[in-house]
Design a protein around this ligand. Structure first.
Ligand code: BG6
Length: 505
């Protein structure tokens, strides 16, 4: 066995390096779904692991609650959402950093109070990081930024940053207006437009896999790759997020951000350096090269669906239309299958198929890169059954990378047989990877913008998505699919036309 000159220990000695310096995080929307499910559990985990020590979290939101009541609620949220990581004793310490104030976030008077609070907590020490986290519906983004700006809490306050959740805007126009508003108040390098998918360990491994090995990159192009398939299947429905989802739809919720970022990561050129601007420049070039969808092409390239009732994981579930607060005649898609093309030298004519949907058979997320078949059918009568070489980045439920290739089945006959070479994070490292939100929050605290979208990137993504939304509004083709299945059967036609198949999950 070859001795490795790099040990786990030397790689893991990173805690001190990544410890966040003292900070105050102000969470706008501290009683909301995102804060309960992702943000607080992440902050709690970072605290438990020792990444954050010297900090204050100030939650602001409409419901009337004292800090004490908020902490009691937060405990319940963490018990549910931090799951086995929850530890009563650690929570006791964590909650000492937690404060809450009820506030109508549109009203200026609350920001006068906020100014005082910030001064009180930071003693006007400008080395104190102040992070404003917008975990609120997009309609509140602008009034909050205006109010912060009015009180000189933005550019003028060194060490301040703003983290903005997705969807960033409703279309290109509103995203541009929001960018202008933000840039009026903050410098671009103070603005963190979050996309937690980029914080996922296996997603980041696409970059390492491609650019940390000499083996794969020469094959990573239209000469060798037949197509790419991205699957994001969720078993859950919209839960209690109808108000958000009815406006967002699967297109704004997933395609405009997570999916396009994944495509960019698979397709980008090697950046000149491993620094934030070089990386963001390369992602941006992909957004600019994605072929635009026009009305004529839309039905050939996109299939939309909405979940009906059905059975998921053995439980009966209701249809989208029966979900609380969903309009009875809602035409909102909860599923999309689509075919993208990237018009550049490397990827011309290689389809990037995507499938995203709620209430599907099970929760499963992967990126599969399928290579072309060998040029000759050399291997006897079974040759037509050969599997193409495929590299799969599995993001959920396992975190693993696999390569499928063909070998000879043992015996007297010459039969090719597909096998997998697998790298599974759990088997190799035997440690839990950080959650996506842990990674992006630490990056924000450390002022590393590589995994965040830049203003031009966001607008370029809307340039791709706006025509899709417009064309679909006209086309009005929305297929029902039974909950607990692979989605609308019509999505199979997208593949059949190209003599390809969706991967099973
Ligand atoms: C969010 C979407 O961005 O990502 C949700 O708004 C979705 O609709 C969630 O459920 C999925 O994230 P993850 O990390 O659980 O795959």
């Amino acid at each position: 066995m070859v001795e490795k000159d790099i040990s786990f220990q030397s790689c893991m000695a990173a805690l001190e390096t990544f410890k966040a310096s003292k900070f105050l995080m102000i969470i706008f929307g501290a009683a909301g779904d995102l804060c309960q499910k992702k943000l607080l559990p992440t902050l709690y985990l970072l605290f438990k692991k020792g990444f954050i020590e010297d900090f204050t979290i100030l939650g602001l939101d409409l419901p009337k609650m004292t800090t004490e009541e908020y902490c009691t609620n937060a405990k319940k949220w963490l018990e549910t959402n931090a799951k086995e990581a929850f530890d009563e004793k650690i929570y006791e310490d964590f909650q000492k950093h937690l404060f809450f104030e009820s506030a109508d976030l549109k009203k200026g008077e609350h920001y006068t109070n906020l100014c005082k609070k910030i001064t009180e907590i930071t003693s006007d020490d400008e080395s104190y990081n102040v992070l404003y986290y917008l975990a609120v519906p997009p309609t509140l983004f602008s009034p909050i930024v205006e109010n912060l700006s009015d009180k000189n809490l933005c550019r003028r306050r060194k060490g301040s940053k703003i983290i903005v959740e997705k969807p960033f805007g409703h279309d290109k126009k509103t995203a541009h207006a929001l960018n202008l508003k933000l840039q009026d108040a903050f410098d671009e390098n103070q603005i963190y437009r979050i996309d937690h998918y980029l914080g996922k360990e296996t997603v980041q491994n696409v970059f390492f896999f491609r650019f940390g090995n000499a083996l794969f990159e020469p094959l990573w192009n239209r000469n060798y790759i037949d197509h790419v398939q991205i699957t994001v299947a969720e078993d859950m429905g919209i839960e209690n997020r109808a108000a958000f989802y009815e406006n967002a739809t699967v297109v704004r919720d997933f395609v405009q951000n997570h999916i396009l970022q994944l495509i960019a990561l698979i397709a980008m050129e090697p950046p000149a350096n491993f620094d934030q601007e070089s990386i963001r420049n390369e992602r941006m070039k992909i957004f600019k090269s994605i072929q635009s969808f026009n009305e004529k092409k839309i039905d050939d390239l996109i299939v939309m669906g909405q979940y009906d009732s059905g059975t998921v994981n053995g439980k009966k579930v209701i249809s989208y239309l029966d979900e609380k607060n969903v309009a009875k005649d809602s035409k909102v898609p909860t599923y999309i299958a689509a075919k993208f093309f990237i018009d550049n030298w490397r990827w011309a004519n290689v389809p990037f198929y995507i499938r995203v949907g709620k209430r599907l058979k099970k929760r499963y997320t992967e990126i599969a890169i399928q290579f072309k078949f060998p040029p000759l059918k050399l291997l006897g009568h079974k040759c037509k059954d050969l599997d193409a070489n495929t590299i799969v980045f599995c993001i959920y439920p396992k975190q693993k990378v696999s390569l499928t290739f063909n070998v000879k089945f043992p015996g007297m006959e010459n039969i090719p047989y597909p096998v997998d070479m697998v790298f599974d994070y759990k088997d190799v490292f035997q440690i839990d990877s950080p959650l996506a939100y842990e990674r992006v929050l630490i990056d924000a605290m450390k002022s590393d913008l590589s995994l965040f979208a830049r203003q031009d990137g966001i607008e370029a993504m809307w340039d791709i998505v706006d025509p899709i939304i417009k064309a679909l509004e006209k086309s009005k083709k929305l297929y029902k699919y039974e909950a607990g299945t692979y989605g609308p059967v019509e999505a199979d036609d997208l593949m059949k036309k190209d003599k390809r198949k969706w991967r099973l999950f």
